[in-house]
Design a protein around this ligand. Structure first.
Ligand SMILES: Cc1ncc(COP(=O)(O)O)c(C=O)c1O
Length: 442
């Protein structure tokens, strides 16, 4: 033991016992940062005997690791003095130009100057919220919405108002009503956060006609749009949809990422913003991290130059399509009557709704005991909704494992439905409390 280390005591200055002696020091915003109450469960869920339909980890098996390692070694040998040095908060210029080529695949024609490279699109989300939201400001978001975004909004003490979705994505009339209701209540609505393509967790895609309508509603009511699009190039038939940003250059901040189309561990994402906003984002990025990692940006840039990245994306599309097919056919084969699920045409996720009386949060420990894991719907709402839903990911397990996982899940659900029929809704209570999925399950 270090002889200079002071003994910490669980007893506070007032003599009270406290598990966290720093509790009284935290800023108010830290109370919104809650740890996953099912993290212990996820430790069990990652055991090999458990089929995890919970995590949203991309499948990297198809990446050309051998040639990549050679490229990375060469990069350090040739350009190490730049690659291992600080860079600008704006991002490596060559990469920003290449990102513009990537975005053009979805009809977005941005200028490299209007783009900020970030540590994953998660950091872009953080920066956008940081520069726009004061405590109590309203962020509109689909219900359900991406758990990592909800965590960011909570960290900045923004209030999330969920807007209804259906099979065609966000419902425009619900959006209009939510804006009007918030304004009537005297609240400041800062932006709409939306995932138009292959939604996480819902698996749905916003109908093209609705895109125009939604942009129109936001423009008329003076609400900014934050378009989060990490899955847009993962349409299973190679199809893409026009980005919101391609239809409105002045009122949309577009967030992109290489996490799903290349390598999530490199943590390279970006924000494309109207020019003045971009300026603020760069300042905020500087304050947060000085600059994104130069080496990682140069690796991505080199990959885009030397590899058939379009071909790689096609191969990802095919892998995920096979896995989506495996999940949908297993759901059709095994799920008890009364279950409904979405039918994604891209991305990683299916959203399952279970019969009335089944509580997906309460059921999770039983599912893990039956060696299958999922994420309860409650993690994807800021307001505790989602007990009758769950997110099932098909991105990581093989088709055989997906099939087996769904079979096990259906068995657990049948048991729950039987119990409910026999004993009624109070037969089993939640053992886990409110659930926030751990970040690595997003
Ligand atoms: C909708 C959505 N936005 C953003 C992110 C964060 O991605 P990144 O790895 O680029 O930070 C994810 C990751 O799962 C996501 O699903």
């Amino acid at each position: 033991m270090n002889p200079y280390q002071r003994q910490s005591s669980p007893v506070t200055a007032t003599g009270a016992h406290n598990l966290d002696p720093h509790l009284h020091r935290y800023a108010a915003r830290a109370t919104g940062m809650t740890a996953s109450e099912v993290r212990a469960l996820f430790a069990v869920a990652s055991r090999p005997e458990v089929v995890s339909l919970a995590g949203g980890m991309p499948n990297l098996a198809a990446l050309p690791l051998d040639s990549l390692s050679g490229e990375i070694a060469d990069l350090v040998a040739r350009d190490g003095m730049t690659a291992l040095q600080y860079g600008s908060a704006h991002g490596v210029p060559a990469l920003r130009e290449q990102i513009c080529e990537v975005m053009a695949l979805e009809g977005v024609y941005g200028h490299p100057d209007d783009l900020v490279v970030t540590v994953g699109s998660q950091m872009a989300l953080d920066l956008v919220t940081r520069i726009f939201c004061d405590p109590g400001d309203v962020v509109l978001a689909e219900g359900p919405s991406y758990v990592g975004a909800l965590g960011t909004f909570a960290a900045y003490q923004a209030e999330v108002v969920h807007v209804a979705m259906d099979a065609e994505g966000l419902v425009p009339e619900s959006l209009r009503q939510a804006i009007v209701a918030a304004r009537r209540a005297g609240q400041r609505v800062k932006f709409l956060y939306t995932i138009p393509n292959f939604h996480n967790p819902a698996g749905t895609t916003l109908a093209v006609a609705r895109r125009v309508e939604i942009l129109d509603i936001c423009a008329r009511h003076g609400v900014l749009v934050v378009e989060d699009n990490p899955y847009g190039l993962l349409g299973f038939d190679g199809q893409t949809y026009p980005a919101l940003r391609s239809m409105d250059l002045d009122n949309v901040i577009y967030l992109g990422s290489f996490s799903k189309t290349f390598a999530s561990g490199l943590r390279v994402g970006w924000a494309l913003a109207p020019h003045a906003v971009r300026e603020k984002l760069v300042l905020a990025a500087e304050a947060a991290a000085l600059c994104p990692p130069t080496l990682n940006q140069m690796i991505v840039s080199r990959y885009l130059t030397t590899h058939d990245w379009r071909g790689q994306i096609k191969s990802f599309q095919q892998t995920y399509r096979e896995r989506r097919d495996a999940m949908l056919s297993a759901l059709t084969q095994y799920m008890p009557a009364g279950c409904e699920w979405t039918d994604p045409d891209g991305g990683f996720f299916v959203w399952l709704t279970v019969p009335d009386g089944v509580d997906t949060k309460a059921m999770l420990p039983r599912a893990v005991t039956a060696r299958v894991a999922y994420v309860s719907g409650t993690g994807f709402y800021a307001n505790g909704q989602g007990n009758r839903q769950m997110r099932l990911s098909f991105c990581y397990p093989t088709p055989e494992r997906i099939h087996e996982g769904v079979r096990r899940l259906a068995g657990v659900l049948e048991g729950e439905i039987d119990l409910y029929r026999t004993f009624g809704p109070t037969s089993r209570k939640s053992a886990t409390g409110p659930q926030t999925p751990s970040p690595n399950t997003e």
